[in-house]
Design a protein around this ligand. Structure first.
Ligand code: C5P
Length: 288
């Protein structure tokens, strides 16, 4: 057996829930969701290489917030592949994670890193499997893993594992802003006032993305603001800097603003970063 010897890199894009409706709850406590999800050009970066022994290195602006032990989703993704494909995965690997996005912040974080790790290791180890099978293998690691493996615009249902691709979705100039405070997802779900809310409207029920977004919600947003009021300040800052639309992603605290142009987004990201030294603020575009 021969292995790739050059390092392989994969982007772990930020995941943005443009809309997130909580429509029920399963007997095991997990919530039923309907979410329109897109991915950004901005993300963390995973690099893998064949090596004499296994290793894991984290660098980048948010490296200090990442656990290095076996609880890390990157290592759990590696180990899940080893369990499922013992014959293809014997070669030790070095894995490097460049952590450019804030952790525990509603934009995929660990799930997107784990999905990128699976994509990279599938290439390195030449594992004979497809994205759908990897998604089933990855779901126990986190409900967002299958959508992060898909990595294109989609509607997610169930607890996040039923995926419908959305074709011809436009690239949206966007600013991501996080107030520098991690919000725990289970706490946000526990703070929900209602768990039985209406489904997403069909995507073709509005003429433009912005019109459709105006009819949709993130049901986790009021719950997250009740825990972390600075999320409301982030939304106000995005709207005050010219966003055509602003909403929280996932269980927060990161919020996104949609802008008319990449230039307007870049200007707004710089203004917000200037006015709020402790916040993370970055312009990007969504992937089509
Ligand atoms: O699956 P993941 O580890 O991302 O979920 C973190 C926590 O968020 C779960 O333990 C659960 O409390 C909550 N959750 C939920 N319903 C979902 C996804 C997550 O209640 N669909």
């Amino acid at each position: 057996m021969t292995f790739n010897s050059v390092p392989l890199a994969e982007l772990a894009p930020a995941k943005i829930n443009l809309a997130l409706h909580v429509t029920g709850r399963r007997a095991d406590g997990y919530h039923l969701l309907e979410s329109l999800v897109v991915f950004a050009e901005l993300g963390d970066r995973i690099t893998v290489a064949a090596s004499a022994e296994d290793s894991f290195l984290v660098v980048g602006p948010f490296a200090g917030d990442v656990p290095l032990d076996s609880g890390n989703l990157v290592l759990r993704a590696r180990d899940a592949l080893r369990s499922a494909f013992p014959e293809s995965t014997t070669q030790p690997v070095s894995i490097a994670l460049e952590k450019k996005l804030p952790v525990a912040s509603g934009i995929g974080g660990g799930s997107s890193d784990a999905a990128a790790t699976m994509r990279a290791l599938k290439r390195l180890w030449r594992i004979p499997t497809d994205v759908a099978a990897l998604g089933r293998l990855a779901l126990p690691l986190g409900a967002d893993l299958p959508m992060c493996l898909a990595g294109h615009p989609l509607v997610a249902r169930g607890i996040g594992e039923e995926l419908d691709p959305v074709s011809h979705f436009p690239a949206l100039p966007m600013v991501l802003v996080n107030p520098g405070i991690a919000v725990e997802t289970p706490k946000v779900f526990r703070a929900l006032a209602s768990r039985d809310n209406s489904a997403l409207a069909p995507l073709d029920s509005a003429d433009t993305v912005l019109d459709w977004l105006a009819m949709s919600r993130n049901d986790l947003e009021p719950a997250a603001i009740s825990i972390e009021p600075s999320i409301a300040e982030v939304l106000a800052a995005l709207r005050g800097s010219g966003a055509a639309f602003a909403r929280m992603s996932g269980s927060g605290a990161t919020c996104f603003g949609i802008f008319d142009s990449a230039t307007a987004a870049a200007r707004a990201a710089a203004t917000i970063a200037n006015e709020h030294a402790k916040w993370f603020s970055a312009a990007t575009t969504t992937r089509t």
